[in-house]
Design a protein around this ligand. Structure first.
Ligand SMILES: [Zn+2]
Length: 173
């Protein structure tokens, strides 16, 4: 028991070696991470598939027209010719240019019985009417001119005057 005084330094030494060993085992190199190869031919179509979104089609254009306008109650636009959806959005654009981006045009007629002449294009889903009668005259004129410039001759643009004043837009033959 006379060498008992050596026990403390030996234990201390062992503790130091232990700590050193722990540090050593912790400093292993971080495993390398190889990212998967990026595909070079990443087309717009692949991107749409990835988003799970269909490319912009006719139904989306129609939905956009409905969203950008208000419709008088009872107005039927569900079977509208796709070309009329595009024309309608051009009309909305003309309203925005003259009245500001916040202006929401009102569609007062689509294919609605019995407000039109028997042979009217409204019954063929090829005509829509926009409300313009509450707009100041100068702006009304500007809107009609812009729409005519943009859509004629593919479409017929008629500024119907009188009591039920409106802007009639129909697909030309
Ligand atoms: Zn009309």
């Amino acid at each position: 028991m006379k060498h008992l005084y050596l026990l403390a330094p030996i234990l201390a030494l062992m503790a130091i070696v232990g700590v050193y060993w722990l540090i050593k085992t912790n400093s292993r190199p971080i495993p390398r991470y190889d990212s998967p190869e990026t595909e070079e031919d990443w087309s717009a179509e692949d991107y749409y598939k990835h988003l799970n979104v269909k490319p912009f089609g006719g139904r989306e254009v129609h939905r956009l027209l409905i969203k950008r306008t208000k419709q008088k109650p009872g107005v039927y636009l569900e079977s509208l010719e796709p070309a009329m959806d595009t024309a309608g959005l051009e009309v909305v654009n003309a309203f925005h240019q003259v009245m500001g981006d916040d202006y929401v045009p009102v569609i007062t007629s689509g294919n609605d019985w019995p407000y039109h002449a028997k042979k009217s294009k409204h019954y063929a889903n090829k005509a829509i009417d926009f409300r313009i009668k509450y707009i100041p005259f100068e702006n009304r004129k500007e809107i009609v001119e812009k729409v005519q410039k943009q859509l004629e001759p593919r479409f017929r643009i008629i500024w119907e005057r009188g009591e039920a004043e409106h802007l009639h837009v129909e697909l030309a033959d």
